[in-house]
Ligand binder design. Structure first.
Ligand code: ADP
Ligand code: MG
Length: 333
């Protein structure tokens, strides 16, 4: 059924059926003028929002709408998580063309619900309006973090190690495989990473609680760009060893087939949603000695923070180059 036939309130009713009654802590959810929830005493509140525009952030020619729902929420959860926090509640505003089908919106919400359930975030409201052309989604998430665990982009110190959790490049490959009509069956984890990125909640909580990382950011625009943010906001430079940047086998295979340099995927692939962080060298070493490194929580040291005057540098094949922030910039392309 077309949205234009069902109307705003009918649609909100359908959404409400999918979202359900909310969770513990929700005093008022969907259905009132505003959502009301009970904060945890002693915790700081984290608030973030991200918008997705059809044709810019998602393309329904190759992204299933349920995955768009997952991703719309996941990218917000990732922002809360990279501050060290736990996501709690979300609201979703959308502008939709009347030509969209009701079933599409239901799929969108099923994707969001799956993601919310996976990471403990409850949908408690939103707004629904009509657009003239193309879909537009704006998701806002509120989360919480203990005062002693909150971590920003500005806490890195000279000599700290620069590290990532997880392997990079997959999302960039996934996008290229999908948009070029490539064989998705040969690059399943890349396609999955691009369509429904995991949120590194467990890992981030472990990094702030057990390791005491000094700064942290999620990789949404591309590694070089995020490193640039850490350097700028911490007032430092860096030296990155390019061959230490962990890439998946699929990335290596795809780059080879496309005749593209691995650097592009290592440094510029966006929407990875892995964690980039800095940690004092001695903390990292004492943790290594305790052999806490487990297979699914492997820390990859990719560089070191240096003085601002040294600039941002990358070592490749034994030579050092300027590390210029590449990757995704909305107004730059
Ligand atoms: P108001 O006129 O007060 O803004 P609305 O009619 O926009 O109220 O919304 C009614 C209820 O439905 C509110 O609780 C709102 O949060 C919820 N709601 C509206 N759109 C959405 C949506 N897209 N997703 C989830 N909840 C929604
Ligand atoms: Mg409204």
């Amino acid at each position: 059924m077309k949205l234009a036939r069902l109307g705003e309130f009918g649609l909100i009713d359908r959404i409400r059926r999918i979202v359900g009654e909310g969770s513990e802590g929700v005093v008022f959810g969907i259905g009132d003028d505003a959502a009301v929830f009970r904060p945890r005493p002693g915790w700081l509140t984290v608030l973030t929002t991200d918008a997705l525009v059809e044709g810019v952030h998602f393309d329904l020619r190759y992204a299933p709408i349920e995955s768009v729902g997952w991703k719309a929420l996941a990218i917000n959860l990732s922002d809360v998580v990279s501050m060290g926090g736990l996501p709690r509640y979300g609201v979703v505003s959308m502008a939709l063309p009347g030509s969209w089908r009701v079933e599409d919106v239901e799929s969108l919400y099923r994707g969001m619900m799956r993601c919310g359930k996976a990471y403990g975030c409850t949908l408690v409201g939103g707004d629904t309006v009509r657009s003239q052309k193309g879909g537009f989604l704006s998701v806002t998430v509120v989360g919480e973090v203990e005062e002693e665990r909150v971590v920003g982009r500005d806490g890195a110190r000279e000599g700290d190690l620069l590290c990532v959790i997880g392997e990079l490049g997959g999302s960039g490959v996934g996008l290229e495989v999908l948009s070029s009509g490539g064989d998705r069956g040969r690059f399943p984890s890349s396609v999955e990473r691009f369509l429904e990125p995991k949120v590194r909640l467990r890992e981030a909580r472990w990094l702030v609680a057990d390791l005491g990382v000094s700064s942290m950011i999620d990789i949404s625009d591309g590694l070089s760009s995020e490193i640039g943010h850490l350097c700028q906001q911490s007032g430092l430079g860096c030296l990155v060893w390019e061959e230490k940047i962990p890439l998946t086998e699929e990335v290596v295979l795809w780059a080879e087939e496309q005749g593209k340099p691995l650097s592009t995927y290592a440094l510029e692939s966006g929407e990875e949603y892995e964690l980039l962080f800095t940690i004092e060298r001695s903390r990292c070493e004492s943790w290594r000695n305790q052999k806490k490194d487990s297979k699914d929580l492997h820390i990859n040291v990719i560089g070191v923070m240096t003085r601002k005057e040294d600039g941002m540098r990358v070592m490749r094949d034994g030579k050092s180059f300027d590390l210029s922030p590449g990757g995704w910039d909305h107004f730059y392309r």
